[in-house]
Write a protein that binds this ligand. Structure first.
Ligand SMILES: Cc1cc2nc3c(=O)[nH]c(=O)nc-3n(C[C@H](O)[C@H](O)[C@H](O)COP(=O)(O)OP(=O)(O)OC[C@H]3O[C@@H](n4cnc5c(N)ncnc54)[C@H](O)[C@@H]3O)c2cc1C
Length: 429
């Protein structure tokens, strides 16, 4: 008998709206499309397909939102990791500018979905601030703002006093704001997407790990660990940082790095009014960036990198607890009540990848920690491309699966880079 792997404890698990019922796949079935993974990528694709009348079955090891989609910071940020001009330099003017547009509009896509389906997930759209950690970073934030301004985006450079006041911290040197951004309760958003996909007709199965994919008489046979199979014309693989050995060499195309978060106890009103008082979300420019926001219950949530391995003890979160007091002196002595981590998928070129390694199989992954808006958007665009390819070209070129050289050594390499970055940030402090 299959059972869903439960979500590990987190602030989001403690405060999310109830989960829809997603029992394991009961018997072998047929569908037009089978989707592996019930995060934003898989669920947004399922919703789009089901609304177009395509029969869809989503298969998930845990429950909807079990991966990064139920654990992230809930910051709905436009854009890709590389800046707009870099994207154009990477992909050429036409594809690059289209990609910049798609990624810039990605928060619109998320907030429109939330509204259309009445998803109850504490959605707010107050903007994202990127504060400059060092004086040298002021130029970087100004260049970013200028690149988006040139493209008509509602962004602005902020001076030191404004950043300090809007963030509630004295440590920054300036920064910029992107007003397209906002926040959600990420697990409630995942559950809302799952519910919307079900309402549109998709079958969403938790506790259904896919263990084999094979061609079978012109269709795909998708086998689950507990026995039942799905026979489907097309398969979408949407497994991001939780990609396993299901498709050869795919896991080696990304570095699955843990990102760690802590959430404080509820802040008294007088203190809460001094921390991100206008509801912005933020991530700063340091090498090992810190990302933070408040939730609807007046807690501060602080996130950042930690060890590459899974968290083993409260010590793995101590750097985040310490940084809260350094950034926000008014919070010194505030206790943290929640600790959790999840995996982001990093690619070598810092942009998502789309692969079609066999007929009828599409893989999309690699959001580099910027997936709330982008995974939702790419899920929708992959689904639209599947329904009517001529009218809906994919925003990213389809590339071959290329493992990162010496992938197995990357943990060691990345751990030493992390330590070097931490030291550099410490010196810049
Ligand atoms: C701690 C943390 C903080 C983050 N903060 C932010 C943020 O504030 N803003 C932002 O934009 N992005 C953020 N991100 C990134 C963002 O969460 C992800 O990019 C996004 O959720 C990816 O969605 P996804 O659906 O592609 O993958 P996931 O949500 O990871 O889903 C993949 C799913 O595939 C399932 N799966 C894997 N293999 C199988 C299999 N063989 N069979 C069945 N199921 C399988 C997994 O169980 C998992 O549920 C953060 C990520 C983390 C981890």
């Amino acid at each position: 008998m299959a059972r869903s792997v439960p979500l590990p404890p987190s602030l989001w698990v403690a405060t999310a709206r109830p989960a829809p019922a997603t029992p394991p796949l009961d018997i072998s079935r047929q569908a037009d499309v089978a989707i592996v993974g019930a995060g934003y990528s898989g669920l947004a694709a399922a919703l789009q397909l089901a609304e177009a009348g395509v029969s869809v079955i989503v298969l998930e090891t845990g429950v909807p939102g079990w991966g990064a989609s139920g654990r992230n910071g809930g910051q709905v940020i436009p854009g890709l990791k590389p800046d707009p001009d870099e994207v154009v330099a990477m992909f050429g003017a036409e594809t690059g500018e289209r990609l910049v547009r798609v990624a810039g509009d990605a928060p619109d896509t998320v907030f429109a979905l939330i509204e259309r389906h009445g998803i109850d997930c504490d959605a707010r759209r107050c903007g994202w601030i990127q504060p400059a950690f060092t004086a040298a970073d002021i130029g970087l934030t100004a260049r970013r703002a200028e690149q988006w301004q040139r493209r008509g985006a509602p962004v602005a450079v902020l001076d030191r006093d404004t950043v300090c006041q809007l963030v509630g911290s004295p440590v920054y040197h300036g920064g910029w704001i992107d007003r397209r951004a906002g926040s959600v309760q990420p697990l409630s958003y995942s559950r809302g997407l799952a519910r919307a996909a079900q309402t549109a007709g998709a079958l969403v199965c938790g506790g259904s790990r896919v263990t084999a994919l094979a061609r079978d008489g012109g269709r795909w046979k998708v086998t689950t660990g507990h026995g039942p199979t799905v026979s489907a014309e097309r398969v979408l693989l949407a497994t991001n940082g939780y990609t396993d050995a299901l498709w050869p060499r795919l896991r080696q195309t990304v570095i699955a790095a843990n990102s760690f978060q802590v959430a404080t106890e509820r802040l008294p009103d007088s203190v809460r009014r001094t921390v991100l008082p206008e509801g912005h979300v933020a991530s700063d420019t340091r090498k090992l960036l810190l990302y933070y926001r408040c939730d609807h219950h007046h807690r501060l949530i602080m996130g950042g990198r930690g060890p590459f391995r899974e968290p083993a003890s409260p010590r793995d979160y101590r750097h985040l607890e310490m940084v809260i007091g350094l950034l926000f002196p008014q919070l010194k002595g505030t206790r943290c009540e929640f600790y959790w981590a999840g995996r982001v998928a990093l690619t070598r070129d810092h942009v998502p990848h789309v692969h079609q390694p066999a007929p009828g199989l599409t893989v999309f992954l690699g959001y580099n920690g910027r997936g709330v808006a982008m995974a939702t958007t790419l899920g929708i665009l992959v689904a639209k491309n599947l329904i009517a390819p001529a009218n809906n070209p994919l925003p990213f070129p389809i590339t071959a699966i290329r493992p990162i050289p010496l992938h197995s050594l990357h943990r060691i390499y990345a751990t030493s880079i992390l330590q070097m970055y931490r030291f550099r940030d410490y010196l810049a402090n």
